[in-house]
Design a binder for this molecule. Structure first.
Ligand code: DMJ
Length: 501
């Protein structure tokens, strides 16, 4: 089966669902063949009817989502549980180890940058935990400095710290956050400007500007434009966006004759370091996400066209259906020949941003089958056998991310039902006395737990879920946009009053 043969997409049903989700209509079931969802019997998302229409200009978002207050409160409570554990055991450090009660630094040993604090800023704001926002802002003002003599990974610094400070600034208007953010981005710029190709080095020493790591994955080369573009607009300094765009162009120019990309590249020579066309799997994933994002946020038509070109090639060469489930095979990026049937749990978050809800809906359904099988989605599966091959789960947010994006755009209650199932399992299998922790084997019963709460948990899992159920007044559902790390880069309202920018 290929996408090119599908009949017209189900626009009317989608419109009706959006109206229902936003309070404009009561859905009583039977819309165009989709089963209404109940907590016990989740509906099947959409039918099989779809077509490859040119990707829409930008999604028409509802102005608000009808809140489910009870569920939103439960989600918020669990976020607070995780947050209190971090505060109690690891405040000021990057990440908490909630089982042993210790902490660890994410970027550089001995150099804490309060990563969980920065990651949490806009989630705290959206959940109206204002005392906590104030506590974080004070810590940032008094303690956070980036004059650090250590190598920081550029990609992670951008999506977590630059993005976190930006959304923190947008939430609070605290100029100090924007100043810290610009200072940090200035320290990252040598990674881009020292390279002949314009693609960034993997690491940069924040104090000296010394760069290292010439071969790096696609996502690390091309996941900067949303943060850097936002920063350029807020500061009036075009250097950030220019650097990020130049890196994207350098990659696009190196696509194969069938419009596929490999997964690792040398930024000095400009040569690919492998041949693996891995579609939306990491470490390519957010490269594609940011092409579309640059269109949605900045109306960058070139990025939009690049995204469409790659999406068309992906559909042409990498789609594989197994027992009615959609997957993306790994292929030689020059020939399209099969090289692998593994799929990462992270990949599910990429497609909904690309304007093709039908493809995204099918892919979400595939991962829902994995959730059904294991209760917690394993890091990696072999999709032909639907078997876990990477059996841990590092508190991954991507399924909840995708559920939110699809619910937001389509209003189909199926996404709330399945997101709720994800949440209940999260609470059942990842919760510990002092917060939330990773699972080391989702196939074991009882499931075995590790000792680590990644900082992105404060930016992502609970935020995606909260936005899905709360109809958060501090989020502008009509115009919002979130980064790959769940940072709201557009559409934050300062105090929740309608229309407040
Ligand atoms: C997050 O840091 C971001 O979502 C990133 O794009 C890759 N994945 C992790 C969480 O799984």
């Amino acid at each position: 089966m290929t996408y090119d043969s599908f009949p017209a997409r189900t626009t009317r049903r989608r419109l009706l669902y959006v109206l229902a989700a936003t309070g404009g209509l009561t859905v009583s079931g039977g819309l165009g063949g989709a089963r209404p969802a109940t907590a016990d019997a989740p509906a099947v998302a959409g039918g099989r009817a779809r077509a490859v229409l040119p990707a829409r200009a930008a999604p028409v978002r509802p102005r608000a989502l009808l809140p489910d207050r009870e569920k939103a409160d439960e989600i918020r409570e669990e976020f607070v549980h995780a947050w209190e554990g971090y505060k109690r055991l690891a405040w000021g450090h990057d990440e908490v180890l909630p089982v042993s009660g210790r902490h660890r630094e994410f970027f550089a040993k001995g150099h804490p940058v309060g990563l969980s604090i920065v990651e949490a800023l806009d989630t705290l704001h959206l959940m109206e935990l204002d005392t906590e926002v104030d506590r974080c802002v004070s810590w940032i003002k008094s303690r956070l400095r980036f004059d650090v003599d250590a190598d920081f990974q550029v990609f992670e610094t951008t999506i977590r710290l630059v993005g976190g400070l930006l959304s923190g600034y947008l939430a609070t208007g605290e100029k100090a956050l924007l100043d810290r953010c610009a200072d940090l981005a200035d320290r990252l710029l040598p990674a881009f400007t020292s390279s002949r190709t314009g693609m960034p080095y993997r690491y940069v020493n924040l104090r000296t500007g010394r760069v290292s790591g010439a071969t790096l994955p696609l996502a690390e080369v091309g996941t900067h434009i949303l943060e850097f573009g936002t920063l350029s607009r807020l500061t009036g300094d075009a250097r950030y966006e220019r650097a990020a765009k130049r890196a994207l162009r350098a990659v696009v120019e190196r696509r194969s004759s069938i419009d596929l990309l490999a997964s690792r590249i040398n930024v000095e020579s400009g040569q690919w370091a492998d041949r693996a066309g891995i579609a939306v799997d990491p470490p390519a994933d957010s490269f594609y996400e940011y092409l579309w994002g640059a269109w949605e946020m900045f109306r960058d038509e070139e990025c939009r066209d690049w995204f469409r070109m790659f999406a068309a090639a992906l559909k042409r060469h990498q789609v594989e259906w197994v027992d009615g489930l959609l997957w993306f095979k790994h292929v030689d990026f020059r020939t399209g020949a099969l090289i692998g049937t593994r799929q990462s749990a992270l990949s599910v978050a990429v497609l909904p941003v690309g304007g093709d809800d039908e493809l995204a809906a099918d892919y979400y359904k595939s991962w829902t089958a994995v959730l059904d099988k294991y209760d917690v989605i394993p890091e990696e599966i072999d999709y032909r056998r639907l078997e876990a091959v990477g059996t841990g789960n590092a508190l991954r947010p991507e399924y909840a991310n995708c559920a939110f994006q699809l619910y937001w755009t389509t209003g189909d209650p199926y996404y709330r039902t399945t997101a709720w199932r994800y949440f209940r399992n999260l609470r059942e299998y990842h919760r510990v006395r002092d917060g939330y922790t990773v699972v080391t084997d989702v196939t074991a019963r009882p499931m075995t737990k590790g000792d680590h709460c990644p900082a992105y948990v404060f930016a992502e899992n609970f935020k995606w879920l909260y936005l899905t159920f709360s109809g958060a007044p501090r989020f502008d559902y009509a115009h919002g946009y979130l980064s790959t790390e769940g940072k709201v880069l557009q559409g934050l309202r300062r105090n929740g009053a309608a229309g407040d920018g």
